[in-house]
Ligand binder design. Structure first.
Ligand code: S3P
Length: 446
């Protein structure tokens, strides 16, 4: 499903600055959940602002393969004909979830509870990602799941005799794990509780409430009673703050840049990037704060500055977990040293993001020393702190977009290999960023 191989290259010329008003595509986390919960609801739900990136399309196709009728009424407008909690049908073959960890871990919770066998598969990156973190607690609930010896996908779910609620103290702050367990909890006997070391994003809890489910939630804690049904509702998906991060960092690292990003989700479990960039010296102003589909949104104005290095760790890590590749670029452009700690989860994302960023920055002449749980990056803070050259995105969308943004402060062109997976989360990235002032072009390998 996802695009593998070095096929697409970005070539980004140095310099430029960002300006204008942009709307980035819909939130990936919320779009996945809208399809899943809409499918399990009783009645018809409409989703607007849906992210038609490859990851969310994998989720959509998987539910269609289980008998859910999903109409695409417009480029980002879906109508989901819910089948109810017990209405999914056995698919005719394995469900291919491409590059999408969110699809695999959340759907694990649902597949564990079905009366038919299902196999979940993914691309080469997803097939290497750790699944025991979700499989083990689901097995404790009674699920019957086969994995590879390494605890990776393919995951095969066999019908279980019924699931029992658990109280699970998760060792990782992971919304994917928490959500997978809560979704299984909808089918379980009793009350399922998940606690976690730091609060992870709470979109599942919020959206379940939108579908009429009673959820008890506070930071680091969520609980749901089994047996509740979902009532169809309409969901408006905010712009994704994780995608907005790329124009935000692009503007922040170039003094004189000034951009506004509209209707960006500012759920407090996701706003670490705003705190980090402000601490580094960028000016970020929030206006038109409002609620969209149960989620807070705002327009974000970002004005660039010469950034300063900072220490980043602790509770901000979970709320900016997908933003670190771009933060590493901001650190490279800052004056002084940036130290990132407590971010070992970056090693098990679509790529090992600590290694991918440190390797790439080193290739571009920046001192970026990897540590097991983060990195030490010595910013050069000069006119062109980043050198030119070729870097490998390792097929990771966020690595590719981060190095594209780095070219704004580079001494020469940056060529980025293996960029096709940008379409998993940010279709239209090249056009949107080029329109705002990034000198980016695509090259397709022949
Ligand atoms: C996501 C949770 C995060 C994040 C991912 C999306 C979600 O993963 O990195 O891109 O939608 O729940 P973890 O929960 O594993 O940290």
């Amino acid at each position: 499903m996802s695009s593998e191989g070095p096929g697409l290259t970005f070539v980004v010329q140095p310099g430029g600055q960002l300006s204008g008003t942009l709307r980035v595509p819909g939130d990936k986390s919320i779009s996945h959940r809208a399809v899943m919960l809409g499918s399990l609801a009783e009645g018809v739900s409409e989703v607007t602002g849906f992210l038609t990136g490859e990851d969310c399309l994998c989720t959509m196709k998987a539910f269609q393969a289980m008998g859910v009728r999903i109409e695409q009424l417009g480029p980002t407008h879906l109508r989901v004909h819910g089948v109810g909690l017990h209405g999914l049908k056995a698919p005719t073959g394995p469900l291919d979830l491409g590059n999408s960890g969110t699809s695999m871990r959340l759907m694990s919770g649902l597949m564990a509870a079905q009366g038919f066998e299902t196999t979940l598969i993914g691309d080469s990156s997803l097939s290497k990602r750790p699944m025991r973190r979700i499989v083990d607690p689901l097995r404790t609930m009674g699920a019957v799941i086969a994995t590879t010896e390494k605890g990776t996908s393919p995951l095969t779910f066999s019908p279980a005799a019924g699931l029992n609620a658990i109280s699970y103290d998760s060792p990782v702050a992971s919304a994917q794990v928490k959500s997978g367990i809560l979704l299984a909890g909808l089918y379980a006997t009793g009350r399922t509780i998940v606690t976690e070391p730091e609060p992870s994003r709470d979109h599942t809890e919020r959206m379940l409430r939108g579908f009429g489910v009673e959820v008890d939630a506070k930071p680091g804690y969520a609980a749901v009673q089994g047996g509740q049904s979902l009532k169809a509702t309409n969901i408006e998906v905010p712009a994704d703050i994780s995608s907005a991060t790329f124009p935000m960092v692009a503007a922040a690292i170039v003094p004189g840049s000034d951009i506004t990003l509209t209707a960006v989700g500012i759920n407090p479990t996701r706003t670490g990037i705003i705190d980090i960039l402000r601490s580094m010296g960028a000016t970020i102003t929030l206006t038109h704060e409002r609620l969209l589909g149960g989620e807070p949104v705002a327009d974000l104005r970002v004005q660039g500055a010469q950034l300063q290095g900072i220490e980043i760790g602790g509770d901000v890590v979970a709320s900016a977990i997908d933003e670190f590749p771009a933060v590493f670029v901001a650190a490279a452009c800052a004056t002084g040293v940036t130290v990132v700690t407590g971010a070992e989860e970056l090693r098990v994302k679509e790529s090992d993001r600590i290694a991918a960023m440190c390797d790439g920055l080193t290739a571009l002449g920046v001192s970026a020393i990897a540590r097991p749980d983060g990195a030490v990056i010595t910013g050069r803070g000069t006119a062109a702190p980043i050198g030119s050259g070729t870097v490998d995105s390792k097929g990771d969308h966020r690595i590719a977009m981060s190095f594209a943004v780095a070219a704004l402060r580079a001494s020469g062109a940056i060529t980025i290999l293996d960029c096709a997976n940008v379409n998993t989360s940010f279709p239209g990235f090249v056009g949107l960023m080029a329109g705002a002032g990034l000198k980016i072009a695509e090259q397709q390998a022949s």
